[in-house]
Design a protein around this ligand. Structure first.
Ligand SMILES: O=C(CO)[C@H](O)[C@H](O)COP(=O)(O)O
Length: 216
């Protein structure tokens, strides 16, 4: 499976977001990664529906929404209507994960589950066949620009093994501290979707940084 690049606009220039979205349209980015934070599940607040609705008509790329929020079920339909292609919820935020995944699919989106760095991959054993994507957090969620957690490699191997047997088409996404220095190793460990925020948007040439992640 060819790997995908999903730049996180958490690190974009909000004073001129349209310019950054147009750069992504011209680049080799496959998706736009859209990080929603509620200040409760994570210690930061980012953006929500109005920004998603503004971004949607500007982009030619699917929007990959990562909900770092409690009670995601209350907002799934609205994120789908606002333009999400994929919606990922956190394992740690869902009491009835199976119901939440069905709700995402009923809203017309593909469905993902994110795992915090401390949550083992085998907690997904009984839902893996229902998922389109698993997002392995390689930093503690809440902020861009953090240091990559090395134990992520073990989790990618574990997830690759689980998906090989139970869901070979699963997208294995990794998010946090990714740059052209570790992207090759992450792909070898089993990732097939790379999320990158600061390494893209802080680069002198962001489109070139995306190109390097796409062709490591
Ligand atoms: O989900 C996130 C933070 O919770 C971000 O997507 C992630 O941290 C990417 O940022 P960077 O590439 O700067 O680490």
């Amino acid at each position: 499976m060819e790997h995908l690049i999903a730049p996180s606009i958490l690190s974009a220039n909000f004073g001129n977001l349209q310019q950054d979205i147009e750069m992504l349209n011209r680049s080799e980015a496959d998706w736009i990664h859209f990080d929603v934070m509620d200040g409760v599940f994570v210690p930061n607040i980012s953006f929500g529906f109005p920004i998603l609705k503004a971004v949607k008509p500007l982009t030619t790329k699917p929007i990959d929404v990562h909900l770092m929020i409690i009670n995601p079920d209350s907002y799934i339909e609205e994120f789908a209507k606002a333009g999400a292609s994929n919606i990922t919820v956190h394992y740690e935020a869902c009491t009835h994960l199976n119901r939440t995944i069905q709700a995402i699919k009923s809203a017309g989106c593909t469905a993902g589950v994110a795992l915090n760095p401390h949550t083992p991959v085998n907690f997904l054993e009984d839902i893996i066949t229902d998922l389109d994507l698993v997002l392995i957090m390689s930093v503690n969620p809440g902020f861009g620009g953090q240091k990559f957690i090395q134990n992520t490699y073990k989790k990618l191997y574990d997830l690759k093994e689980l998906s090989r047997n139970r869901n070979p088409k699963l997208k294995i996404e990794v998010d946090g501290g990714i740059s052209n220095e570790n992207c090759k190793d992450l792909l070898q460990a089993g990732a097939n979707v790379l999320v990158a925020g600061s390494s893209v948007f802080a680069a002198a040439d962001p489109a070139q940084a995306i190109f390097q992640l796409k062709h490591p």
